[in-house]
Ligand binder design. Structure first.
Ligand SMILES: Cc1cc2nc3c(=O)[nH]c(=O)nc-3n(C[C@H](O)[C@H](O)[C@H](O)COP(=O)(O)OP(=O)(O)OC[C@H]3O[C@@H](n4cnc5c(N)ncnc54)[C@H](O)[C@@H]3O)c2cc1C
Length: 506
């Protein structure tokens, strides 16, 4: 490429996790040819919640940024996340785990859950949670990252897991790394955004101090407000709160209690749900709720009444609207993180969405003319990704038998997107699930959550009846027994952390 075609300066606005993730990745892959600057304001601060992740973060940290896993966990007071335990969602008293990774082992063209369905109906199989490593390990509080000596096809060869971590410490850690790789940090509040006459491209931002910071490409990581993408470019927002009615969260840290569970807990509450995320130095908690159905004071009281340990601060309220920008890439601005949209935190997908936006941006990285073709492709893929995750989240609320509060009545009886209706109908008839393209949540996630929320298939795939039932019982039972045996020999989560990843006291 001719050097005059290259983007030579990139300005990132905002230094929360999204901003510093972008800065670290861009510095690693583009830092030689472009100057990268990040403007942030300590006075404004960051959201600072966002403590649970999905397994893809391991790839981002390890493969992309070359971060040592033990260092990351120690620096962020991290713990292991094998999945999410959902309590009281289908009915009060229900509990299931949505674990990462596969369920059992397929036979020929059939996924495991298909023949499990037949055996379960015949009373010859255990609950589905007994057939994947994560859902066996999590409630027993055990952890090992995979067995190098296991055969490649063994579910124990590579265990999918993610982390819980302190989001503020993660941003700080990435900031250090990005600065070492050449990113220039500029402290100050942006008070003006300057556009080019004619096409409205952003030319520069002006800080309170009068300093002007220019750029050929701007990455808007300014949080919910979307300083460039919305306040300046008026891009518009797709509001999905009619499907995902929670619009506030009350968050509070509490004292750590043992044992530190290797999973997030999401407990349904009268007007939403409460998270519990164990870190090494404290536990993160929050009540995500619909302000139409409960006041802030009531939400705070419910949250405080349901902590496992002593609260370490007063509850902090956060407001949001679930949805996404009509375009995440508009002119020469690419919005990442909360500036590009927010899918409420039920499945901890926000940090992943920032990661995926960065991956997409690097794949479609523009030249100086910032081709609209690249932007269109970027936006189309973002919408696809958000909509598929949105459907998965709606599933959790809608697939319930609860009718004990107006909130749950609303969720149970609401209209849902046609795409989700079709997925549920297909599963309900005979347990079939088909992944849409690069859908973020794959078959095991959908199957676990649909079963966990009491969508019971009326039948199973016809091919199952072609297989001898005793052979199926043997296959399923071998898997269950092997997992039970292997997991019993694993160290506890606590032992693992103390041995390899113990963080210094804060
Ligand atoms: C209740 C709740 C729970 C969540 N839980 C999870 C979770 O479990 N897992 C997960 O993956 N995600 C979660 N998230 C999302 C997660 O918090 C965010 O995705 C993540 O923190 C990234 O935020 P951000 O960097 O986009 O924005 P922010 O953290 O808000 O950062 C914005 C930055 O922009 C800067 N800025 C803004 N305006 C200006 C200005 N005028 N001048 C200069 N600088 C400016 C600020 O100083 C700040 O540095 C949750 C979010 C909420 C609200």
């Amino acid at each position: 490429m001719n050097t005059h075609e290259r983007i030579s300066s990139i300005t990132i606005v905002g230094g929360g996790s999204a901003g510093w993730m972008a800065a670290a990745a861009l510095a690693t892959y583009l830092g030689k040819g472009a100057s990268i600057r990040l403007v942030e304001s300590e006075e404004i601060g960051i959201v600072g919640v966002g403590e649970a992740s999905v397994p893809h973060i391991r790839h981002f940290n390890g493969q992309w940024l070359g971060i040592d896993e033990a260092e990351f966990v120690k620096r962020t007071q991290g713990t292991i996340k094998l999945g999410i335990q959902f309590n009281d969602w289908g009915r009060i008293g229900d509990s299931y785990i949505h674990g990462f990774g596969a369920i059992g082992r397929s036979l020929g063209p059939l996924p495991f859950h298909q023949f499990w369905l037949k055996l379960r109906l015949a009373g010859r199989a255990a609950p589905i949670g007994e057939y994947s490593p994560q859902t066996v390990m999590a409630p027993l509080g055990r952890f090992a990252p995979g067995d190098r000596n296991a055969p490649a096809h063994s579910p124990l060869a590579d265990i999918a897991y993610a982390y819980h971590f302190d989001a503020t410490l993660y941003a700080r850690f990435l900031r250090e790394l990005a600065q070492q790789r050449g990113v220039q940090r500029i402290e100050g509040r942006i008070v003006g955004v300057n556009q080019r006459a004619g096409d409205g491209f952003i030319e520069s931002v002006t800080l309170e101090s009068g300093q002007v910071v220019d750029g050929a490409l701007f990455i808007d990581c300014s949080g919910f407000r979307g300083l460039l993408i919305e306040e300046t470019l008026k891009t518009g927002y797709l509001d999905w709160s009619h499907w995902l009615p929670c619009d506030r969260a009350m968050a509070v840290p509490s004292e750590r209690v043992d044992p530190i569970t290797p999973y997030t807990r999401a407990s349904a509450r009268p007007a939403g749900w409460q998270w519990r995320i164990p870190l090494q130095h404290r536990t993160g908690n929050g009540y995500v709720y619909a302000s139409r159905h409960v006041s802030d004071d009531e939400a705070a009281a419910t949250l405080l009444a349901n902590l496992d340990g002593r609260a370490l601060a007063d509850p902090r309220a956060l407001r949001f609207t679930t949805g996404m920008r009509r375009k995440s890439w508009n002119r020469n601005v690419v919005a990442l993180g909360l500036a590009s949209g927010f899918l409420e935190p039920l499945e901890s997908t926000s940090i992943y969405l920032a990661q995926s936006g960065i991956t997409r941006l690097l794949g479609l990285f523009p030249k100086r003319d910032v081709s609209p073709l690249l932007a269109e492709r970027y936006n189309r893929e973002s919408v696809f990704e958000y909509e598929r995750i949105r459907d998965f989240l709606i599933l959790h609320y809608h697939a319930t038998e609860r009718d004990d509060t107006p909130f749950w009545d609303q969720c149970r009886t609401m209209d849902i997107p046609d795409s989700l209706r079709e997925t549920i109908d297909l599963f309900r008839s005979d347990g079939r699930y088909f992944r849409n393209g690069e859908d973020f949540f794959a078959l095991p996630s959908w199957v676990q959550v649909m079963l966990g929320q009491r969508i019971v298939p009326q039948g199973y795939h016809p091919i199952v009846d072609e297989m001898p039932e005793d052979r199926l019982v043997e296959h399923v039972e071998d898997m269950r027994a092997m997992l039970a045996h292997a997991v019993a020999a694993m160290p506890t989560h606590r032992e693992w952390i103390d041995r390899y990843w113990k963080a210094p006291a804060p």
